[in-house]
Design a binder for this molecule. Sequence first.
Ligand code: ADE
Length: 251
Amino acid sequence: MKLLVWHLHITTSQQCCWSSAEALPLVEALKLSQDDTLVFPKSVPWIKYSGIHDGLHIHIVVPGKDAVLGVDNVGTVSGALVSYAAIQALQPDLLINAGTAGGFKAKGACVGDVFVATEVAYHDRRIPIPIFDKYGVGATKTIPTPKLVEALGLKLGKLSTGNSLDMSPQDEEVIKSNDATIKDMEGAAVAYVANLFSVPAILIKSVTDIIDGGRPTTEEFLENLSMAADALLKTGICVLKFLNGKSIADL
Ligand code: ADE
């Protein structure tokens, strides 16, 4: 199986929330090597690490850093672009979008939980015109993975995606109507691109902060990032082990 893991670099750097390059735990754990020259155009900051692990051809791609500000690229634009380029070049059998998310305690999320998204939607694409309103929300189901979820003891929940770390009152209203348990900044965009090319996608999100918990999101996010990254790494390795020798229908 050829596997594409769309991964945010996660470190505990206090300067920027999602930091790049120096420490990508899954890349190190799998002993993958950087190899993007023939895949992405020269001018883009996107990075690909590749290798073979337990018979799986694994490519991990990350969106790299902003050329001007030097912080990591986050959000739906780079998420969609990297996904498009990587899927075109690598033709994966499965895409995994692994990253962090905020969670709602009212929906059962706790810091450190690792969720598999059952559905994705947007909360910041408000188009109050009939039918376009639905298009903006873009609710889409993900592929079912009941055996994977059970074997690894993961939680299930709907994911809502938007381009802000915080949550405006308008976002909140749409997130609630999306029935979301977790909130991120890339998932729906990555899933959209995967769907365009009929590539099955699994979205795995580790919770760094509780949005309805009363603490400032940024503070809680930074405090828990390292622990959430650890949980994501452990889950990522277990997912890869589980995938070994299986087809998508076995998940
Ligand atoms: N990633 C981690 N926490 C998040 C949040 N609260 N909102 C969006 N993306 C996140």
